[in-house]
Design a protein around this ligand. Structure first.
Ligand code: SAM
Ligand code: CA
Length: 220
């Protein structure tokens, strides 16, 4: 027994997946296709997808935001958990990757729940705010360019309702955030973000060592 978070070796990680992962056939297919891409490792871990989907159900999410779609795995997981009239506003700038996403969303029968906006995410979020979208979303998942996370977070904090949740991925950045020798711009940005969220009185907070580190911020 231990009173700190376990380190998962390959064997225990396999056990975790074997004994808890419930992935739809559609999600399995998308993960297999993405694994063959050069940038396939940008995809979230499958247990993360399942966790986000469970969280969406826990808070009764109907309207969600996704910032960073790639080939659409996290969107697919959330879409499967939303009610029939649920909506994801999904932001990305890359047509090739999101064409793969669209094809899989269609095959999975969830394409009607996903409004893909191909534009810089800040523009899309600002447009939602300009349209009066404040407090109209239940959940936001931030997983795009790391140096803009704080800008995305500030917009999402306005767009989600009190009691709504913002998730931020890769906050442990393969451990680099804790290494003072690491001074790359993405590392510094994530470090500054983690430090700012620690004392942000507008949220309830938990940083989970799930995947590459995922923060849950609940708007008070
Ligand atoms: N959540 C995805 C999944 O589950 O597979 C992974 C997202 S991937 C780590 C990051 C994505 O952010 C890429 O698809 C990239 O095109 C997108 N991106 C980068 N800069 C962006 C920007 N300024 N606005 C919107 N999307 C951006
Ligand atoms: Ca990620």
């Amino acid at each position: 027994m231990t009173n700190r978070t376990l380190q998962l070796d390959d064997n225990l990680y396999r056990y975790l997946l074997d004994n808890s992962l419930r992935e739809s056939d559609a999600a399995k297919k998308l993960r297999a296709e993405t694994a063959s891409l050069p940038k396939g490792r940008m995809q979230i871990a499958p247990e993360q997808g399942q966790f986000i989907a469970l969280l969406a159900r826990l808070i009764g999410a109907r309207r969600t935001l996704e910032i960073g779609v790639f080939t659409g795995y996290s969107s697919l997981c959330v879409a499967e958990a939303l009610p029939d009239d649920g909506l994801i506003v999904a932001c990305d700038i890359d047509r090739d990757w999101t064409d793969i996403a669209r094809r899989h969303w269609q095959q999975a029968g969830v394409a009607d729940k996903i409004d893909l906006r191909l534009a810089p995410a800040l523009d899309t979020l600002d447009a939602l705010l300009a349209e009066g979208g404040q407090n109209s979303f239940d959940l936001a998942f931030i997983d795009a360019d790391k140096q803009r996370y704080q800008d995305y977070y500030e917009r999402c904090l306005q767009l989600v309702r009190p009691g709504g949740v913002i998730l931020l991925d890769n906050v442990l950045w393969s451990g680099r955030v804790a290494d003072p020798e690491e001074r790359a711009p993405n590392t510094r940005a994530l470090r500054a973000l983690n430090s700012a969220l620690k004392d942000d009185p507008r949220i309830w907070l938990s940083l989970l060592p799930l995947g590459d580190g995922m923060t849950i911020a609940m708007k008070r």
